[in-house]
Structure formats: C-alpha cells, structure tokens
Design a protein around this ligand. Structure first.
Ligand code: PLP
Length: 371
C-alpha cells in the first residue's frame, strides 16, 4: 500500500480512550470502581428519557428524522430562538466539527486557550487549519492575548465558558467588552457545556449576544445533553446561532447526525425539569461537601462553576491518579496540561463522594504528600 495521510493528520495524537470498567476491575483487582473523571451526570438519566427510548424501540428499522424536527422545535421554544437558529448534533463535538468544516479552510487560523477542551484543536488540525494556542492566565481565558492574536486569517475563536479543565468562567462584562472588539469576519464560539451549573450572575444572555452582532463578530453558543441532562452515552448537543451560520452547518453536517433514540430521549429530558433540577441541587451539595473535605485533608481546592473542580494535592498528580485507581476511584491527573500537582474530580453521588475522599486520604498518606 502506498497511500499516505498528510503530515497534519499523521501528527495528530489520538484521543486516549478510557478503559472499560470491567477491564479496570480485572487489571487492578478492584471491586465496583467509580468514575469521577468525565464530568458526567452521577444520577443517571431522566426517567422520562428512558421511557421515551423504550417507546421508540419498535422503529429502529427506520432512519431517524434528518431534520430533528421535534427536538429543534422544543429547543427553540425553550431558549427563545427560532428553529432556523438551532442546529442539533451528535454531541456538541459534532457541532464543533461542523463549525470548523464550514468556516475553516487549510491555512486559516483558529484561536483556542491552553488548557481548554481538547476537541477544538484536534478538528482544526484535521481540517489543515492553523491552531493559535494561547495559555490561560491565572486559570482563565486570556481575552487580551486572544484579541492581540487575531489576524486576517482568523476565522474562529473557541471559548469554553466555563473552561474545562479549570472550571473558571469569564466575567460577563469582560466577555461583552471582548466581543465588541472582535472583528466581524471572526466567529466566536462560546462553548457552554457546563452552563447549567453556573451561578446565575455568571451566565451571559446568549439571545442578545447572538442577535445583537451588528458591527462585531457573530456568536455561536454550544450546549449539550451530556452533563446536566444525563445523556452522555446517547450523544446529543446543540448550537444556538444566527440563521445564516446555521444554514452553513446544515450544508456540512451528516444528514442523519442524531440517531432516533437520542432525539426522543433529548426531547423528553428537556421537559423533565424535576430530574434536571435535582441534578443541579445534588451537584451543588456534593461540590460543597467535597471541597470542604479535600481542604480538611490539607489540599488546596479551586473554585468551580461546573460539576467538577481542581485540587492541588501538593505532590505528583499522576502518581496520585494511579494510587486512586488501585482503590477503584478514577479521577483525572492534570499533569499533561501543565498542572503537575493538580487533579480534577467530578462530583458524584453521595456514596461515590465518600469513597473518593476515603481513597484520597489513604493515597495522600501512602504517598506522603501532605503533613
Ligand atoms: C467544554 C466541553 N465542551 C464540549 C464537550 C463535549 O460535549 P458532548 O458530549 O456534547 O460532545 C465537553 C465534554 O466533556 C466539554 O467539556
């Protein structure tokens, strides 16, 4: 075989998939491991979504509705947008990919922060685009640096707000000022995967940001059903944007990009305000408890606007991650992101949080990290 992928594809580092839980049990000899590593919903999925999936199982021989008609209508209604301003995708990952496909040609530039959600840089590279990657400042997006790196070739700016992995949010006034300085030829993508967990006063008015874009950049907001709505396994996300932008995404998206079960489940989850509210309440309670407990253990915790938070464990984060794994608790080491002593913990159920703290206490002692 002589075929060879271009250099910009060969140099991509594949996303490291996590191990299936069964494998982990076998490899590490642990019972019932818990995963507090992927910022998922610890309380499962909306019972209404599960019932909707059961009802739809008889139609799997049919292709899904390629227009996502009912889901788009429901999202538009809930957020006050018109249906032609909503694009639904196979996770918000899919919308990120469509944005890059639609607006970035080889050689065009896209600005992202480091660390931030890794998917942005990857899809830009797949497209042959040029990543302009700017370090966070004090664990926050450095908006001044981003402004000063905009060139004639800049097409997109990705801002995850709150940021993953630091859980920090941009101050609304800073964001409004920033947007007013971004040229019209650039699209700013505000990835709001964790918006549901944010304090209300930190949230921005997406409707006005998308609609009042005269003389400045356009704005796209990304949302997901993977976090507060508890449907990560089904892959559904959506974007709210001007209809001209949406029209371009419809040209590049796959015709059946959201499967049938995902469509009915997301629709039901959107209407299940009880499950949604319980998730937010329990996440807040769990966050307060976990943050107190890690401080009691002598670690430093960082404030969070999401369902996860960073902890400075005052010793090598990857060694701690490995030690926790042996106790059946999966968290994330932030060492690869440049935070040598920092781990990321997702809020779990009450029982999971207790197991996490017990394991953390043991590991800190075993590794002699804190006095
Ligand atoms: C900031 C951010 N954006 C997007 C996503 C992806 O969401 P989805 O599951 O909808 O593809 C994640 C997932 O962790 C994320 O952290």
């Amino acid at each position: 075989m002589k075929i060879e992928a271009p250099e910009y594809i060969r140099s991509i580092v594949p996303y490291p998939p996590g191990k299936p839980m069964d494998e982990l049990e076998r490899e590490y000899g642990v019972k019932n491991p818990i995963k507090l590593a992927s910022n998922e919903n610890a309380w499962g999925s909306s019972p209404k979504a599960i019932a909707a999936i059961r009802d739809a199982l008889g139609n799997l021989n049919r292709y899904p509705d390629g227009s996502n008609f009912y889901l788009v209508q429901a999202i538009a209604g809930k957020f006050g947008f018109s249906p032609d301003e909503v694009v639904v995708g196979n996770g918000s990952d899919d919308i990120i990919e469509c944005l890059v496909k639609a607006f970035v040609q080889p050689g065009d530039e896209v600005i992202t922060s480091h660390p931030s959600f890794l998917m942005y840089q990857k899809v830009v590279q797949v497209r042959g685009g040029v990543n302009t990657i700017l370090p966070l400042k004090g664990m926050r997006h450095n908006l001044d640096a981003i402004l000063s790196h905009i060139t004639d070739k800049t097409r997109l700016i990705f801002l995850d707000n709150p940021n993953n992995p630091t859980a920090t949010a941009i101050k609304p006034t800073d964001l409004y000022n920033f947007l007013s300085s971004v040229p019209e030829s650039v699209l700013v993508v505000l990835d709001e995967a964790y918006v549901d967990f944010m304090d209300l006063e930190q949230q921005v008015d997406i409707y006005s940001l998308v609609h009042n874009s005269k003389d400045r950049c356009g704005v796209v907001a990304l949302r997901t059903f993977s976090k507060a709505y508890g449907l990560a396994g089904l892959r559904v996300g959506f974007g709210l944007m001007g209809s001209q932008v949406a029209e371009m995404l419809h040209r590049v998206r796959q015709p059946f990009n959201v499967n049938q079960l995902a469509q009915v489940a997301a629709l039901a989850a959107l209407e299940d305000t009880e499950f949604y509210q319980q998730t937010l309440d329990k996440t807040r309670q769990g966050m307060v408890w976990l943050q107190n407990e890690v401080e009691k253990l002598g670690c430093r915790r960082y404030l969070s606007q999401t369902n996860f938070f960073l902890v400075d464990v005052k010793g090598d984060a990857t060694a701690l991650y490995e030690a926790m794994l042996h106790k059946g608790v999966i968290i994330r080491s932030m060492k690869a992101y440049g935070y040598t002593n920092v781990i990321r913990i997702t809020v779990g159920t009450e029982e999971e949080n207790h197991r996490c703290i017990t394991a953390l206490a043991e590991c800190l002692t075993e590794l002699s990290y804190v006095a």
